[in-house]
Design a protein around this ligand. Structure first.
Ligand SMILES: *Cc1c(COP(=O)(O)O)cnc(C)c1O
Length: 854
């Protein structure tokens, strides 16, 4: 019988339980176990059925159970206690208020607007694909824990990122799920009249697209989510926020217009509505929101400022984080396509961003040659402060973008680094969290920097925890492998073997991340026979659990995946190696925590940071990694193992050498250490290493540390720089005029006749005073316009001065510029003199791209 119509029946929440809705709508429950447990205990079945989605489950709990809970004093007390805790958490001053002068009043002072194309906070809000999004989610959670006044902006997609399954041959299958807004933990932002807040953007041909603004609440941080799927929009307009990273370039540009331009409009409207201060700092997590800078330039110009002044002012308050060391990973658009969108009128002013001169704006991002608009370049031009996401990545980025700062050596390219981190509470298993509490006390760990008390954890405690986590992983893996085979067409009756795969006591290696070629999923398969021997060792077995999605358009990635799956399908090894389809936050938590060793073998230096290895560290899993991303700066033989990088050009040869090292370390070091037991059966050596990793590495890889670094190194300086402009309305004009003078007059700047005194014939003793004198011609410029510096340093290959020390020269009465110094270390040292522009608004010497050397 066919139904006449379909109805969704849901229970009404009794008045006494109304606070549950508020608890479900603040995503803090995702990192507070007691809150999640409260929902679970309301109805364990509905909790699981809803996909552990508290909001969705509330409408699925049978009315009888709700009525019962509404009269259950114990339940109500727990609920009230959670509400009380949330209230305290949201309302009390935290690290930011204690540390930053003038920030005591919660919600006062300057705010940071954080833009990202994706946010991975919880699987119940599927608006992310992987690492970048989860990083953004962790950023918000830690900003909330630390009390950093942040408002975030993203897109609300109608479809989540795909879920992955396999066909019989191991080829990836993709399936997209529709997001049901009523089941998502978001609420409409409402205007005074009760209507949902909307903003709009105008697309070419005068097509106006209306954007509805939703809010997801992440502890104390509001995350504004923009949604174009509205009846007032035409078909194409509604499809703008259809899915993450789907569609062509045109689709991507329009999404980025909505995120960047719509985002600025939404933040502004939200501030006006809530009375919150308008943001002074704008943080662009990757280049996708670069258009926000253009929108802000347009707004200042509307107020009467010139283009250059406006750019200077916008730059002061903007922070740009780049996330990829591979040029192919950067968003690059056809310049003419973008020109079409900016849509100049007869006088060259944009119809999309009122008051913005189109060609001047395009010039910020157009690559040499003129055909390509580069979003990273726009990021560097629109943000005075920029960073990579690990120390090595910062260095690689400086090399990659050196061309934007001609005349400067790579180390001086103004791109710093803030190493990524992961949100501790989110990524620490419950078992392990108990150990943190035991060792560190029940304190706010997010602002605790000394974790040395973790060294008091005993072998016994760690063993119990590690065994439990491994057992949880084995249980999960068995279930997933069975489900996967059912989907691949196997019959339940032939799958009894899946209940016995993997061994809860065997050394377990985890490998899970997006499957893209540079991450080299199949490096471990380089010598399949050797791998088999390692896995199948009778006495000291090794098992590997693998997961990861490949981007739908990445064919080589899918081929890697298929190779791995086909290896794991083999009857001889399928009990020792398993591929789990549909890698996601939830699977990651169990898989990463349960692995004894977390393997990471990208092609150095293509992994910007990597964060899964950090999640492993938090759980007492040991790192086994190429010296890339975060591990390059933290690698430590007492806390993990490093696969050496082969310095050979040929990629195939390099893979073979590095694979050889991988097997060697595994066979010679990792396996023996894992199976070494003392008289009491304890893994003493292993647990010593685990403790080292926890004490030395763990405190450095938290998102709390990362957010504190952002605040100190980037947000506060940016806020100060931006407020200098607002405090002094003449500053932008003065600075711009100064900059024009410098650019016009710089040709006359020259260094003549630098000489060293006290260095006879080029020979000096350490500690002996040397005097450097130089004649510097400045033409029309003043002394205060420039910085004259001695550049001193070791001579590297190519006769270049490497890692130079900079010593300022002062003008003396005779008109010459002088510095006195002594050299402390013996060796060959090069010395020269250079002149760069100097102004309080500049954040780096390379900013104007002007330098004159002797
Ligand atoms: C942590 C995480 C990632 C990112 O892992 P990397 O090591 O940075 O590649 C991707 N997906 C999920 C589900 C994660 O939890």
């Amino acid at each position: 019988m066919k139904p006449l119509s379909l109805l969704t029946v849901s229970s009404e929440l009794p008045e006494a339980l109304a606070p549950l809705r508020d608890l479900a709508l603040n995503l803090r429950w995702t990192w507070r176990r007691q809150a999640a447990d409260l929902f679970r205990s309301l109805d364990p079945h509905a909790f699981v059925e809803s996909g552990e989605n508290p909001l969705a489950m509330l409408s699925q709990v049978p009315a009888g159970r709700l009525a019962e809970a509404a009269h259950d004093e114990a339940f109500l007390a727990r609920m009230r206690s959670e509400m009380g805790d949330l209230g305290t958490y949201v309302g009390s001053g935290r690290w930011f208020q204690r540390t930053v002068p003038g920030a005591q009043g919660h919600g006062e002072g300057s705010t940071i607007a954080y833009f990202s194309m994706e946010f991975g906070i919880t699987p119940t809000l599927p608006i992310y694909s992987g690492g970048l999004g989860i990083l953004a989610g962790d950023h918000l959670k830690s900003a909330s824990d630390l009390g950093v006044p942040l408002v975030a902006v993203g897109l609300l997609y109608q479809w989540g990122y795909f879920s992955q399954s396999l066909d019989r041959s191991g080829w990836q299958q993709e399936e997209y799920r529709l997001n049901d807004p009523s089941q998502l933990p978001v609420e409409p932002v409402r205007e005074a009249d009760g209507e949902q807040l909307t903003v709009s953007v105008t697309l070419p041909g005068g097509r106006e697209v209306t954007i509805a603004v939703w809010v997801a609440t992440v502890g104390r941080v509001p995350l504004l989510l923009l949604d174009t799927n509205l009846e007032v929009n035409d078909e194409a307009g509604r499809a703008i926020t259809d899915r993450l990273y789907g569609g062509d370039h045109e689709h991507r540009i329009v999404q980025e217009i909505v995120l960047g331009i719509g985002g600025v409009r939404a933040v502004e409207a939200f501030s006006a509505l809530t009375g919150a201060p308008a943001p002074t700092v704008f943080h662009l997590n990757e280049g996708h929101a670069g258009f926000s800078g253009l929108e802000r330039v347009g707004r200042l110009m509307q107020g009467g400022a010139g283009f250059a002044e406006s750019v200077a002012q916008v730059r002061a308050g903007t922070v740009f984080t780049t996330h990829t060391p591979v040029p192919a990973g950067i968003d690059r658009f056809d310049a003419s396509q973008l020109r079409g969108h900016l849509d100049a009128d007869e006088s060259g002013i944009s119809r999309l961003i009122p008051s913005l001169p189109v060609e001047a704006a395009l010039a910020l991002g157009i690559e040499e040659g003129g055909d390509v608009f580069n979003m990273a370049q726009l990021g560097f031009r629109i943000a005075q402060r920029a960073n990579g996401v690990a120390r090595l990545h910062g260095a690689v980025s400086r090399g990659m973008f050196q061309d934007l700062y001609p005349g400067f050596d790579v180390p001086e390219v103004p791109i710093g680094s803030v190493t990524n981190g992961v949100h501790r509470r989110t990524w620490t298993s419950a078992h392990m969290d108990d150990l943190y509490k035991k060792a560190l006390g029940d304190v706010d760990i997010s602002s605790l920097q000394d974790w040395s008390a973790l060294s008091t954890l005993t072998d016994h405690e760690l063993t119990e925890t590690r065994d439990a986590l491994r057992a949880d992983l084995v249980t999960m893996a068995r279930r997933h492998v069975k489900e996967s085979w059912l989907r691949r067409g196997a019959d339940e009756a032939e799958l009894a073997w899946t209940d016995h795969i993997l061994d809860p006591r065997a050394l377990t290696i985890g490998f899970a991340r997006r499957v893209s070629t540079y991450k080299r999923l199949t490096l471990m398969l380089s010598d399949p026979e050797r791998l088999r021997r390692i896995l199948l060792d009778e006495e000291r077995p090794v098992q590997i659990v693998v997961a990861g999605k490949s981007h739908p358009a990445d064919r080589p990635g899918k081929e890697f995946l298929q190779q791995l799956v086909q290896f794991a399908d083999d009857h001889g090894v399928r009990h020792r190696i398993a591929f789990l389809p549909d890698y996601d936050i939830r699977m990651a938590s169990v898989l990463i925590a349960g692995s004894d060793v977390w393997l990471n073998n990208p092609i150095r230096p293509e992994e910007a940071s990597g964060t899964s290895g950090m999640k492993a560290v938090l759980n007492g899993s040991l790192t086994f990694s190429v010296s890339d991303g975060w591990w390059d700066e933290m690698r430590d033989d007492e806390a993990g193992w490093t696969i050496p990088t082969a310095e050979v050009e040929d990629q195939g040869q390099r893979d073979r050498i590095e694979a050889e090292a991988l097997y060697e370390i595994l066979e010679q070091s990792i396996v023996p250490l894992f199976y070494e037991r003392d008289a009491r059966g304890m893994q003493r050596g292993w647990m010593t290493k685990v403790r080292s990793s926890l004490v030395k590495i763990a405190p450095r890889i938290t998102a709390a540390r990362m957010v504190r670094d952002y605040v100190t190194d980037l947000y506060l300086p940016a806020a100060r720089a931006a407020s200098a402009f607002t405090a002094d309305p003449a500053l932008a004009g003065e600075f711009t005029a100064w900059k024009e003078t410098i650019q016009r007059e710089w040709h006359a700047v020259a260094v003549r006749g630098a000489e060293l005194e006290g260095a006879d014939g080029g020979a000096v003793r350490t500690g002996a005073e040397i005097t450097l004198r130089a004649d510097v011609e400045l033409g029309a410029l003043r002394d205060t316009d420039v910085l004259v510096e001695a550049v001193l340093g070791e001579i590297g290959p190519g006769d270049e001065i490497i890692e130079p020390q900079l010593i300022p020269l002062q003008r003396e009465e005779d008109g010459r510029w002088v510095a006195r110094f002594a050299l402390t270390a013996p060796g060959r040292v090069g010395c020269t003199v250079r002149v760069t522009p100097q102004h309080p608004v500049l954040a780096s010497r390379a900013e104007l791209g002007l330098v004159t050397t002797a």
